[in-house]
Design a protein around this ligand. Structure first.
Ligand code: FMN
Length: 346
């Protein structure tokens, strides 16, 4: 039985549950299947197609985007799906519950998702313990990105303290660290993308990264994850800051606040970030703007609305070197990893 056929059976059952319940059902189920060795038997993994980016070797260019596994509790199960890299988080210094439920909504007619989870997670110490206990980390099976953020109740003027705290904690276990300043669901977070705030944040993070590299005798690249809701000048400012502070990569993009593509649909007016097909072109535009500013100075990881292999290809054509998936997995299932990897093999 093919993995596509199996997912065509599972999807209606999952879609009959509310989105967050389906999430909490699927990941533990996947973990059990994986522990029994069944995932690898059921899912046909892509052929290796290594890419070296930021000094790291990615087995293939298709990664898991942050937010699906916020606590790093399902790393091995997700790795069995054949990703070239796994990014987990966003994690914050202290555990926090996130926003009240319901806070995740499917928009099937648009192949979209709206979420306002609000960085629900068990805190960075539990996160690090999960990472440490994963086979993926212990055996250095692949590229592991650890994505960090700030607690909701940390004042935005002190945000840098939260990022520095998390960076220090996750650094020894990460292949790369992502600094997430683009979630729309933590009040004022996106302010950190503004020119003066970003300069302050990146200069302190860079200093800490170099100090940690010295301490651990290993340089861990740092990427910045940005929003799609920016005009050309704002993207240019960010690109300049990335170059000025010698940041190692940029992940474009997070979810959008735009609702143009989902107006009038059920759940279309829910607050939060919209992902999936409706963010595809917005993200591609940001990638193109970044590429024009950055050239080959630093790599772009393209994420947003990849629902098929050809979407992954479009990200590379726009200027990305690697891609990541989230919402597409919900709609197309795990075979999407292989479809994208096949489309990018060249
Ligand atoms: C339910 C949900 C939760 C998310 N949580 C995070 C998160 O914690 N940190 C983060 O950097 N991105 C988070 N994202 C954003 C995704 O990583 C990705 O950037 C975005 O969804 C666009 O990609 P997609 O269209 O393939 O989903 C989340 C997305 C969704 C749908």
């Amino acid at each position: 039985m093919s993995d596509k056929f199996l997912y065509s059976l599972a999807r209606p059952i999952l879609f009959s549950m509310d989105a967050e319940s389906a999430h909490h059902f699927t990941l533990p189920a996947l973990k059990r299947l994986s522990a029994l060795g069944l995932t690898r038997a059921m899912v046909r993994r892509p052929k290796d197609d290594p890419r070296t980016v930021m000094g790291l070797t990615f087995r293939n260019p298709v990664g898991l985007a942050a937010g699906l596994d916020k606590d790093g509790a399902f790393i091995d199960a997700l790795a069995d799906l054949g990703f070239g890299s796994i990014e987990v988080g966003t994690v914050t210094p202290r555990a926090q519950p996130g926003n009240p439920k319901p806070r995740m909504f499917r928009l099937p007619a648009a192949h979209g998702i709206i979420n306002r989870m609000g960085f629900n997670n068990g805190g960075v110490d539990a996160f690090v313990a999960n990472v440490q206990s994963s086979r993926f980390y212990q055996n250095r099976e692949g590229v592991l990105g650890l994505n960090i953020g700030k607690n909701a109740d940390t004042p935005i003027e002190r945000a840098v303290d939260d990022y520095l705290h998390c960076l220090g904690k996750v650094y020894p276990y990460a292949s790369y660290v992502t600094v997430n300043i683009s979630s729309p669901n933590t009040k004022n977070l996106r302010q950190l993308q503004g020119a003066s705030e970003l300069d302050g944040l990146l200069s302190q993070l860079k200093e800490a990264q170099l100090r940690l590299a010295d301490q651990h005798k290993r340089y861990v690249p740092m990427t910045l994850k940005i929003a799609p809701d920016m005009d050309g000048d704002q993207v240019k400012n960010i690109a300049d800051a990335l170059l000025r502070h010698k940041i190692d990569g940029v992940i474009a993009t997070n979810t959008t606040l735009s609702r143009t593509a989902v107006e009038g649909m059920q759940h279309g007016a829910e607050a939060g970030g919209l992902s999936g097909a409706p963010v595809f072109e917005l993200s591609n535009n940001v990638i193109r703007l970044l590429k024009a500013e950055l050239g080959d100075a630093l790599p772009i990881i393209g994420v947003g609305g990849i629902m098929q292999g050809k979407g992954a290809k479009a990200k590379l054509e726009a200027g990305a070197q690697l891609v990541q998936l989230y919402s597409g997995l919900i709609y197309a299932g795990p075979a999407l990893v292989r479809d994208c990897a096949d489309a990018l093999r060249g």
